[in-house]
Design a protein around this ligand. Structure first.
Ligand code: ASP
Length: 598
């Protein structure tokens, strides 16, 4: 090795010891004849002092050092002189008195500061990712990610799982996104698809009798990128035989507790993750991934206002819609302009509007409410009794702002849910040090796809229905069937999801039929799996967790790009390699493909 120690492993115990370190010049300061270098390696920083009296040549060479030069230094560890101790630095009590210096490599001036946590344009950071990685934030995120994945692996190993790799060049396995396709050179006119997940493979591993499988799996989905999406991402993919939903959830809970206890013992998190019915999550939080760090429940007041004089409410309910809302605690004092901003915010979700009711602090209690103490355009159309009833039902107190949305039930829930989430964060109701894990369970099996005019799977088409709901799998009743599913959610994010699978060929065929798959297409795409079910396939189920998202949330990063070594940018481009890029005409020809412009 070109070094005897990592920089940050050194401390006062090494006093008087001769050591060799290697790393990068983080910063250089020249002081009264002495040259000070902060040497950085992966472990951290160490101060090195070059004294012309110790070695004139080394001191002279040190004078030529610039940021990011890669160097090797040998010297003796010494306590720092009194008054120069840096308590903020783990090696702040010592310094290395250099005896020799070797420049291992010089460096051009980097395009951004590496030794300062200044904001740098993300595209520049992506282009020079290898320099960005020398900065503490990204470096620490990658170290944290390694620890999370390592804990996942050791935990699963201790629970008797086998790590099995599955192919990348395969056939489309649908998760509801567009496939990335790879044209075949050897078989003209045919394509491989990159897996959107190893879903069918892991089910086939269960058919193969492996019983417990996991994989740190790359998944590819060709969809528009968002803050927490990437065209390729990593899942902890898991499948188990002979299980019920509670077995899978229990295992995930044990694994996440192990990770939290080891890496975030400072944080607040539950020892038992609540199991919340999908229907309850939707009606209370307007979301299937509720942020449970704060209450702010959605409340329905349709019955209170259905006979009121307020046209918007009355007509919406008369037309089969609902009136729902949330309470913003302590916000009754918002100005008109501030209230209007909230209305505009709900419009960005697609809502037609929102009605704020300010229950002012001019009353001591809701009991004393008069029309003058509730400020709103709606006040004069609502009776005192209705205003009181709304407050009591919603749990609003004097000083609170009630925000109401009238719409079709699913839309009112969605808009209230998004509003709840945005306002909960904005009002500081969500403790950033709290990790409110929960499982959302029993999703519907299908949802109606209005555009495609057909039933679509809510999770995916391999998901098992509740036993007693199997007779509901018909064109007329499919919407009522529940599935044996569970999502693991954390602070408003879905961090994983899975379910018990169908393992019976007839039932799988029935689901495909209700979803409108023509027989030949179903046979072509899923025939291999259905056939496998005919050879004693065991009951099985599993889950997949988004590793990027889990790491992002646990280390407090604000995008998954911050926890991926070489992510794509928001336009799905790799700025370091400049991919995607054009290729030689011959390569395209070899693939039997023609570009439209050719
Ligand atoms: N394959 C599913 C997904 O990627 C997860 C699962 O059902 O296990 O969402």
């Amino acid at each position: 090795m070109l070094r005897t120690h990592n920089a940050q492993s050194l401390n006062l115990n090494n006093k008087g010891q001769k050591v060799t370190v290697a790393g990068w010049v983080d910063r250089r300061r020249d002081h009264g004849g002495l040259i000070f270098i902060d040497l950085r390696d992966r472990s951290g920083l160490l101060q090195i002092v070059f004294n012309p009296e110790t070695n004139k040549e080394a001191h002279e060479l040190a004078g030529t050092l610039r940021s990011e030069f890669c160097i090797q230094v040998t010297g003796v560890i010494s306590p720092r002189p009194e008054g120069t101790i840096n308590e903020k630095l783990p090696t702040g009590e010592i310094e290395l008195l250099a005896e020799s210096l070797k420049i291992l490599n010089t460096s051009e001036t980097p395009p951004f500061y590496i030794n300062e946590e200044v904001d740098v344009d993300e595209n520049l950071r992506l282009k020079y990712r290898y320099l960005d990685m020398r900065r503490p934030t990204l470096k620490n995120n990658l170290i944290f990610r390694h620890k999370v994945v390592h804990l996942m692996r050791t935990f699963l190993d201790s629970e008797d799982f086998l790590e099995v790799e599955t192919p990348i060049l395969t056939k489309s396995t649908p998760e509801g996104a567009r496939d990335y396709l790879v044209p075949s050179r050897l078989h003209e006119g045919t394509f491989y698809a990159l897996p959107q997940s190893p879903q069918q493979m892991k089910q086939l591993l269960m058919c193969g009798g492996l019983e417990r499988y996991y994989q740190v799996a790359k998944c590819f989905r060709d969809e528009d990128t968002r803050a927490d999406r990437q065209p390729e991402f990593t899942q902890l993919d898991i499948e188990m035989s002979f299980v019920e939903p509670e077995d899978v959830m229990g295992m995930i809970e044990r694994m996440l507790l192990k990770i939290m206890d080891t890496l975030r013992p400072d944080a607040k998190y539950p020892r038992h993750f609540p199991r919340i019915q999908y229907s309850e999550a939707m009606s209370k939080y307007g979301s299937d991934k509720p942020d449970l760090r704060f209450k702010m429940y959605i409340t329905d007041i349709s019955d209170i206002v259905k006979d009121s004089e307020f046209g918007v409410f009355k007509n919406t309910v008369a037309n089969g819609g609902t009136v729902k809302g949330v309470v913003l605690p302590g916000c009754a004092g918002y100005s008109r302009a501030e209230q209007q901003e909230l209305v505009e915010l709900t419009k960005t979700y697609g809502s037609k509007g929102m009605v704020p009711l300010a229950y002012t602090s001019e009353m001591a209690s809701i009991e004393e409410l008069t029309p003058e103490t509730v400020k709103s355009v709606a006040t004069k159309y609502l009776s005192v009794d209705q205003l009181k009833e709304i407050a009591v039902r919603m749990g609003a107190n004097p000083g609170d702002l009630v925000c109401l949305i009238a719409d079709r039930e699913d839309k009112a829930l969605e808009y209230c849910g998004r509003f709840r989430q945005d306002m909960g964060l904005k009002l500081g109701l969500a403790d950033p040090n709290e990790f409110a894990f929960a499982f959302v369970v029993d999703f519907p099996l299908f949802k109606w796809d209005e555009e495609g005019n057909r039933w679509d799977a809510v999770h995916h088409l391999f998901t098992a229905p509740f036993e007693e709901d199997i007779p509901l799998i018909t064109m007329e009743n499919a919407g009522k069937a529940r599935s044996q599913t569970y999502d693991i959610v954390l602070n408003g994010f879905e961090i994983g999801g899975g379910g018990i699978r169908i393992h019976n060929a007839e039932l799988q065929e029935k689901v495909l039929e209700v979803m409108g798959y023509p027989k030949d297409i179903a046979e072509d795409r899923f025939g291999h799996l259905i056939e496998a079910f005919k050879y004693g396939a065991p009951p099985h189920g599993g889950i997949a967790m988004g590793i990027d998202r889990v790491v992002m949330l646990l280390c407090g990063a604000d995008s998954i790009r911050e926890v991926i070594a070489f992510p794509k940018n928001q336009s799905a481009q790799d700025l370091l390699f400049n991919a995607p890029s054009t290729v030689e005409k011959q390569q395209i020809k070899d693939l039997h493909i023609k570009l439209i412009d050719d």
